[in-house]
Design a protein around this ligand. Structure first.
Ligand SMILES: NC(=O)c1ccc[n+]([C@@H]2O[C@H](COP(=O)([O-])OP(=O)(O)OC[C@H]3O[C@@H](n4cnc5c(N)ncnc54)[C@H](O)[C@@H]3O)[C@@H](O)[C@H]2O)c1
Length: 439
């Protein structure tokens, strides 16, 4: 039986403003999708918040409400979108250039996309090397840029009448850089902003501005943004949720489906070679070794944690894992991923698995953006602050508390997510024990 909610959940009244650094392929596919869905031109395939259900109570009770009826989520038609980009293209022009959606569809949603004009970006070519554009802030300190973003946020809220806001990074992947001295406390970080410390990235400036403005922050790319003591401290201080990083959309999604299955049967893995060809702007940026290194780190970590070689040395101790991304313009957004998996079974006899995933990067990512926006807003209305580990389901490199390892197994991640929703509403958590059916 349902009991009282474990947390007070503020209602999802009014419009939810979604602030997005980066109006590229993922963002425009997400936004065009929202408009197409409103017009009945398509369905939100791939979105757990829109199509998923959650089983409550015993299997005999037959209670499986839609997630969106079970927890109070903002309605996708209540979202208003704004963002920043280094290019001046409005979202319609950017969508045409991204080449993900057909022109026939884009023409039907042209007006609302044209209305999304990117604000001037905080940009630093030391962090994203392969592209550069004219629509950038110039001539100030990093603190000046943070304040300018805060002003953009204030004006966006006023202009749109949004009741609440959330920010999600869909910008390019920045170069790999770990947290340093300037990130070790909020005080040092703020001092670093004033001195334009070169170790502070543009994404960290957006995140700082968001958190200072009372806006949750989610990171769809693999670089380090809020996983630093300074920004974690700010999120805690302001009672704001954080999540990240790097959407788990294509090859790593497949990996985290297959690897738990092999492990469940105690099959060994000697090698896992993953390669991709990708021709969109994301692929171009990832052609730079620094940005690729950020991606390599999040793409590589899943297997290590799923296989737990320290517990299963006979099976996974010598696993050779290699990940490649090749920029190949003719392919555009229609990425092709190959995996060759060298496995072994009884008495060590070798076998192979080949996976060839002909996917569409932004088609896979767009529903993840929608879910994250809605769940981050829910988390904020529940008063949940800091790292939202229950949203690991969406990420290749899930943020986590320092004392625990990140959970990568997608089935455990989904169970954790749904149990968190049950917990919010005071429902029994599902353990899958089920002995009571056989008493
Ligand atoms: N598509 C997927 O399946 C997927 C999966 C995981 C992660 N990602 C990540 O999501 C991000 C977006 O992917 P995409 O395919 O839309 O890339 P994209 O290149 O089409 O779009 C990124 C946009 O960000 C802009 N940009 C770069 N630096 C910026 C800054 N400092 N401020 C504002 N705008 C900035 C670029 O000009 C570009 O328009 C990338 O980091 C990518 O690695 C994508």
């Amino acid at each position: 039986m349902a009991t009282a909610d474990n947390v007070q959940i503020a209602p999802a009244e009014g419009k939810l403003g979604v602030l997005i650094p980066g109006i590229g392929a993922v963002t425009t596919t997400f936004v065009a999708g929202l408009e197409a869905i409103k017009l009945g031109l398509g369905k939100p395939i791939g979105s757990l918040t829109q199509l998923g259900t959650v089983r409550l109570g015993k299997r005999t009770e037959g209670r499986s409400p839609a997630i969106k009826d079970f927890v109070p989520l903002a309605d996708p038609s209540d979202l208003v979108i704004g963002g920043w980009d280094i290019f001046e293209d409005n979202a319609y022009e950017a969508a045409v250039k991204a080449g993900v959606l057909e022109m026939g569809l884009l023409e039907r949603v042209k007006a609302p996309l044209q209305a999304i004009k990117p604000m001037k970006a905080v940009f630093d070519p030391n962090f994203v090397k392969k592209i550069n554009g004219p629509n950038v802030m110039t001539g100030g300190s990093k603190m000046d840029y943070a304040e300018a973003v805060m002003e953009d946020i204030r004006q966006f809220k006023q202009r749109t009448g949004a009741a609440r806001l959330t920010m999600i990074w869909c910008g390019s992947t920045e170069v790999f850089a770990e947290a340093g001295e300037v990130h070790s406390s909020l005080e040092k970080f703020e001092c670093g902003l004033k001195k334009s410390d070169p170790a502070i990235s543009p994404s960290q400036i957006y995140a700082y501005a968001a958190l200072k403005s009372g806006v949750p922050y989610s990171n769809g790319a693999p670089h380090v943004t809020t996983d630093t003591p300074a920004l974690l401290e700010l999120a805690r201080e302001r009672n704001l949720p954080l999540s990240g990083k790097d959407y788990k959309s294509g090859q790593t999604f497949m990996k985290t489906l297959i690897a738990p299955g092999l492990k469940s049967r105690l099959l060994g893995v000697r090698g896992w070679f993953s390669t991709n060809i990708l021709g969109n702007r994301d692929g171009e940026v990832l052609d730079d070794p620094g940005s690729f290194r950020s991606k390599e780190v999040t793409k590589s970590s899943a297997l290590e944690y799923i296989f737990q070689k320290q517990l299963y040395p006979d099976l996974y101790d010598n696993l050779y894992h290699k990940v490649r991304i090749e920029y190949y313009p003719p392919r555009g957004d229609a990425k092709e991923g190959w995996d060759n998996i060298d496995i072994f079974g009884w008495l060590g006899y070798p076998m192979q698995i080949k996976v060839n995933f002909l996917c569409r990067d932004s088609i896979l990512a767009a529903p993840l953006v929608l879910d994250l926006v809605l769940f981050m807003d829910l988390a904020q209305r529940c008063g949940m602050r800091g790292v939202q580990e229950w949203l690991s389901f969406y990420f290749k490199g899930p943020m986590h508390a320092p004392e625990v390892y990140p959970e990568h197994d997608i089935f455990i991640q989904l169970m954790k997510l749904k149990n968190t929703l049950r917990w919010m509403r005071g429902e029994d958590l599902i353990t899958h024990l089920g002995l009571e059916y056989y008493d």
